[in-house]
Design a protein around this ligand. Structure first.
Ligand code: NZQ
Ligand code: ZN
Length: 389
C-alpha cells in the first residue's frame, strides 16, 4: 500500500425525499445562486419546479443557465462565467448529470480566475479558488457529484480535456433514486459502464498489498453487475436504481483509491473518442476497456485473472493464468453486450481512419505516456484502438 491522504468533504444526502434537504443546504452557496442544468430532462421529471419553489421559499435570489450538452462545451462555460460575474453570483447549483456538474465546476473555477479557464484543462495549472457548488444528481454515472474532476470539450479542435482540484468537490450532493426512473435505458447503461470503469481504473494497479481496497472494489463491481441485470429486467425497480445510484458515487469518491495508484489510460483514450465522435462516455469505455485488457494480457495476466475469478466467478482454468484472464475479458464483453452497449468501434459506427490522430492527441504528440499499470505511448494506443476495431 502507498501512503495516502483521504479527505472527501462533500455532504451526501441520499433518499426518496432527498429534495426536502435542499433548503437547509442552500446557505453553503451564498446569497446569489446560478441554477445550471441541461437540455430539459429536469423539467420533464418535475425537479426544476421543485428547485425553483425551494429557492423562492428560502428567499435566495438566482439566475438560470440551461442548455448544457452531453460532453459539455467550453463556449457555454464562458457564457456562464460572464453571467456569474455580471450578476454577482456567489455559488452554483448544478441539477442534472455529470455534464452539468462538470460545466458548473468549470464556471466555478473560471469566475475568480483572471486568465482563460481553458488553461486549467490544458496546462499544469490547477484551480486554487472556485465558487462553491451544490449538486442535485439525476444520472448515476460520472461520479462528479463528489469528485475533484471536471471534463470539458472545446469545440474547435475537438479537444476533450480534464482538470482536477480538491476545491472543485461540491459542497453537497443530493441524490434521489426516483429522479433516475426517467432515464432511457441507453443512458442507464452508459452510466453503469462509467462507474464500472472508475473502479477498474483503480483496480488495475501494480501496487501490492492492497487487499482491503481490492476486495471493496470487487464487492462494488459484483454489486453493479448484479443490480444492472435486475434493472435491465425491470428499469422501474427502485431498489436496483438506489443501489446503482450509490455505487456510482462510491466508485469515484476516492475511497476505493486509497493506498493505490490508478491507471486511467482507458479514460484518456476514451476522451479522444468522445471528443471527436461525440459518443456517450460510457459507450466509449465499453469499447476501449476490453481492448486495453487484451493489450495487457501479456504484461499483467495475474491481475486480470484475479478480476476474472473474483468478479466474474471464473474458475482458474487448468492453472493457466492467461486463459483465465482471457475468459474474464470475454465475460466483461458479454456484460457490456447484455447491457446493449457497443464493444467495438464499428458498433458505434466509428471507423479506423482517425486512430493515429487520436493516439497522437492523447499523448500530446508523444510528449507524455498514458497510464500506470503499463505506460502507453502513441504506438501502444494505436494498437489498443485497432484491437477495439
Ligand atoms: O441534458 P438533459 O436534458 O438533462 O439530458 C441528459 C443528457 O442528454 C440525460 N439525463 C440526465 N438525467 C436524466 C436524463 N434523461 C432523463 N432522465 C434523467 N433523470 O442524460 C444525457 C446524458 O447526460 P450527461 O450528464 O452527459 O451524462 P453523464 O452523467 O454520463 O456525464 C458524462 C460526462 O461526464 C464526464 C464525461 O467525460 C462526460 O463528459 N466525466 C466526468 C467525470 C468527473 N467529473 O469526475 C469523470 C468521468 O470519468 C467522466 O469523464
Ligand atoms: Zn468515467
Amino acid at each position: 500500500m502507498i501512503d495516502f491522504y483521504f479527505w472527501n468533504y462533500t455532504r451526501v444526502v441520499f433518499g426518496l425525499e432527498a429534495e426536502k434537504e435542499l433548503e437547509s443546504h442552500l446557505e453553503l452557496l451564498g446569497d446569489k445562486v446560478l441554477l445550471h442544468y441541461g437540455g430539459g430532462s429536469i423539467k420533464q421529471i418535475g425537479l426544476y419546479d421543485t428547485v425553483i419553489k425551494t429557492l423562492k421559499k428560502a428567499g435566495v435570489s438566482f439566475v438560470e443557465l440551461g442548455g448544457v450538452k452531453p460532453n459539455p462545451r467550453l463556449s457555454l462555460v464562458y457564457e456562464g462565467i460572464e453571467l456569474c460575474r455580471k450578476e454577482g453570483v456567489t455559488g452554483i447549483l448544478a441539477v442534472g448529470g455529470g455534464s452539468v456538474i462538470d460545466s458548473a465546476k468549470a464556471i466555478a473555477a473560471g469566475v475568480p480566475y483572471d486568465g482563460d479557464v481553458w488553461d486549467f484543462y490544458t496546462t499544469d495549472k490547477n484551480p486554487d479558488k472556485a465558487l462553491p457548488i451544490g449538486v442535485m444528481l439525476t444520472l448515476p454515472a460520472a461520479g462528479s457529484e463528489t469528485s475533484t474532476g471536471s471534463v470539458i470539450t472545446k469545440e474547435e479542435g475537438e479537444l476533450k480535456r480534464d482538470t482536477g482540484s480538491p476545491i472543485l468537490r461540491p459542497q453537497f450532493a443530493i441524490l434521489n433514486p426516483k429522479w433516475t426512473l426517467s432515464l432511457p435505458w441507453y443512458q442507464t447503461a452508459c452510466g453503469i459502464s462509467d462507474m464500472f470503469a472508475h473502479i477498474m481504473e483503480r483496480y488495475f494497479t501494480t501496487v501490492e498489498h492492497v487487499e482491503l481496497t481490492d476486495r471493496m472494489a470487487e464487492g462494488a463491481m459484483k454489486t453493479i453487475i448484479h443490480q444492472a441485470y435486475r434493472l435491465k429486467e425491470n428499469p422501474d425497480n427502485l431498489d436496483a436504481r438506489s443501489e446503482i445510484m450509490w455505487a456510482g458515487t462510491v466508485a469515484h469518491n476516492d475511497i476505493l483509491h486509497t493506498g493505490r495508484i490508478g491507471d486511467w489510460a482507458t479514460h484518456m483514450i476514451e476522451h479522444e473518442l468522445s471528443g471527436i465522435y461525440d459518443i456517450a462516455h460510457g459507450a466509449g469505455l465499453s469499447i476501449v476497456f476490453p481492448a486495453w485488457q487484451k493489450y495487457m494480457l501479456d504484461k499483467h495476466p495475474q491481475k486480470i485473472a484475479q478480476f476474472a475469478h473474483r468478479v466474474f466467478d471464473i474458475d482458474y482454468y487448468q492453472d493457466d493464468i492467461k486463459e483465465t484472464a482471457r475468459m474474464g475479458i470475454k465475460r466483461l464483453e458479454e456484460f457490456y453486450r447484455d447491457m446493449e452497449l457497443p464493444v467495438r468501434l464499428k458498433d458505434a459506427g466509428i471507423g479506423t481512419d482517425r486512430i493515429r490522430e487520436m493516439a497522437k492527441k492523447a499523448t500530446r504528440d508523444d510528449k507524455i505516456k498514458l497510464g500506470n499499470f503499463h505506460k502507453l505511448d502513441s504506438k501502444a494506443i494505436e494498437e489498443i484502438l485497432h484491437l477495439a476495431a
